[in-house]
Design a protein around this ligand. Structure first.
Ligand SMILES: C[S@@+](CC[C@H](N)C(=O)[O-])C[C@H]1O[C@@H](n2cnc3c(N)ncnc32)[C@H](O)[C@@H]1O
Length: 251
């Protein structure tokens, strides 16, 4: 059964809508207009998307070397921060933020909703969903679409935020306050239930293994004096905050 998650975002259901200009302090949590406001910042090495750069490097380490002609579909790709870390794939990026796609580098941009991906069944060798599942109001629908476009034997790679009190505290309360993520980018109501995620993937033939990750504390503490050099993401025992998932589709 498809469950619709409750969101406080009023505009999220209309993916390609043209949003009226609003001052940033009036935006709802998880308002897509945030990406319009911040579109210039995607590639800024110390900007509001800085942690996404670190996460992209960690995500890329889960992606195998490309065989000739291999296709990777990057769901909710933003400006394509994953692209510099990958080689050899035809890298297709799907996102509903046109201003973000205009800043994209190294991908074939496709304007679209991850809940109705405008790509054919089983077209991808690898499907990546990096920091997107915590932004959609229909987790089951997003997983179904990711698995639909994945070929049998293909790999699903994702990272996202767990629906836990500690995650709300660390990833929203703290990270947004200290500038590791844009303020208001997350809606706590959309954080991801790990058991539901694993179950939905299994329903579509993908056995997902999860592992927790966090920034290296040494890198993080010295980051202000390291002239924007990236912070490494390292494994951690708990999946209760930030976690990665990977699994192959049966077939
Ligand atoms: C936190 S950013 C992550 C971007 C990218 N995956 C990365 O890690 O750099 C979330 C992205 O998802 C996009 N997004 C949010 N909801 C979406 C949806 N329903 N369909 C497609 N893209 C969506 C936003 O426009 C934004 O670019």
């Amino acid at each position: 059964m498809t469950r619709t998650r409750k969101s406080s975002c009023k505009t999220h259901g209309s993916p390609l809508c043209q949003l009226p200009a609003k001052p940033q302090n009036e935006l709802e949590p998880n308002d897509p207009a945030l990406y319009e406001r911040l579109a210039e910042q995607w590639w800024h090495p110390r900007g509001p998307f800085v942690m996404l750069h670190w996460l992209a490097a960690a995500r890329a380490r889960l992606v195998p070397a490309a065989r000739p002609g291999a296709v990777l579909v990057d769901l909710g790709c933003g400006a394509g921060l994953l692209a510099p870390h990958l080689h050899g794939y035809r890298h297709i990026g799907v996102d509903l933020s046109e201003p973000s796609l205009r800043r994209a580098r190294g991908i074939e941009p496709v304007l679209g909703d991850v809940l109705a991906v405008p790509l054919p069944d089983e077209c991808a060798d690898v499907v990546v969903a990096g920091e997107i599942l915590e932004h959609v109001h229909d987790l089951a629908g997003a997983v179904a679409e990711a698995c639909r476009i994945l070929r049998p034997g293909g790999l699903l790679v994702l990272d996202t935020l767990a629906d836990t009190a500690v995650c709300r505290l660390v990833a929203i309360g703290l990270a947004e306050r200290v500038g590791l993520a844009p303020r208001g980018v997350h809606d706590p109501a959309l954080l991801v239930d790990r058991a539901a995620l694993v179950r939905e993937c299994a329903r579509h033939g993908v056995r997902l293994a999860l592992r927790g990750i966090r920034p290296s504390l040494l890198d993080l503490l010295t980051w202000p004096v390291r002239r924007g050099r990236p912070v490494r993401m390292v494994p951690t025992a708990t999946t209760a905050v930030l976690f990665q998932g990977a699994g192959r589709k049966k077939g």
